[in-house]
Design a protein around this ligand. Structure first.
Ligand code: ZN
Ligand code: ZN
Length: 250
């Protein structure tokens, strides 16, 4: 599996860090995890187009994680000569279908596909129809419907926290992951409810016994603060600080 960090930032406009978006390429499927604002254009810098994507999974409905959902659908419908004909799967927490329905109230038929089908899947409603990989989710501590996402192919497992505070569910779903991607929104000493700081990320990584840890979702203060020292006190393993367009082989 290859992971590409499309955006390692937040809602704050930043030239260094685009809003949250990660691509997992399993070899047989290209899966986007969240599509924050600017994700579609940022994907091009990584050599990925919207036509390459098979599945999008949303961790929660905050704007910094979902804003490019409608541009994705609109561009898939109206790119002359290269519009999408292949089915697309969009997976998310309960409420996903209502979330999209509200956009169709605002934008009308323009955001309803004609030449392809979107399979909208709210987790928990049915088994997930992906034969080439296993997709698991677990509720986490952020908003009412936030979830962490685990992708497994053969022996490899990658886990993405979405946005979350410290919680048992996150440790459980991250158990022995080959790569654990955790949000770490704020530096040590700037704890904000619903988000992690380096020491908590380290504790989760240690308790989950993940093989490697990658931090992302950095608000600007993170870039002028030592994130690693407080983290290493809790987790002695392999740690990476995410950057836009970073690629990691798992
Ligand atoms: Zn959020
Ligand atoms: Zn966020």
């Amino acid at each position: 599996m290859e992971i590409t960090i499309i955006g390692s930032g937040t809602c704050v406009p930043s030239l260094r860090r685009s809003s949250p978006c990660i691509m997992a390429d399993t070899g047989t499927a290209k899966i986007l995890l969240d599509t924050g604002p600017g994700a579609l254009r940022q994907m091009l810098k990584a050599g990925i187009t919207i036509s390459d994507i098979d599945v999008i999974v949303y961790s929660h409905f905050h704007t910094d994680h979902t804003a490019d959902m409608i541009p994705f659908i609109f561009a898939s419908k109206y790119s002359p000569g290269i519009f999408r004909t292949r089915d697309l799967f969009i997976v998310g927490p309960p409420g996903l279908k209502e979330f999209y329905r509200c956009f169709t109230m605002a934008y009308g038929k323009w955001v309803v596909p004609e030449h392809f089908t979107i399979n909208w899947i709210e987790v928990g409603e049915s088994p997930l129809p992906f034969p080439s990989f296993v997709l698991k989710t677990s509720p986490v501590k952020h908003t009412e419907n936030s979830m962490a996402i685990r992708i497994e192919t053969g022996e490899q497992a990658v886990v993405y926290s979405g946005d979350s505070d410290y919680c048992e569910n996150l440790i459980r779903i991250a158990h022995e992951a080959n790569l654990l991607i955790l949000e770490c929104a704020f530096p040590e000493g700037m704890k904000c409810e619903g988000h992690l700081i380096p020491s908590l990320a380290g504790i989760i990584a240690r308790e989950a016994r993940c093989k490697r840890l990658l931090l992302t979702h950095f608000y600007p203060p993170c870039d002028s603060t030592d994130m690693l020292t407080p983290l290493r006190k809790e987790f002695p393993g392999d740690v990476m600080l995410g950057e836009d367009l970073m690629k990691i082989r798992v």
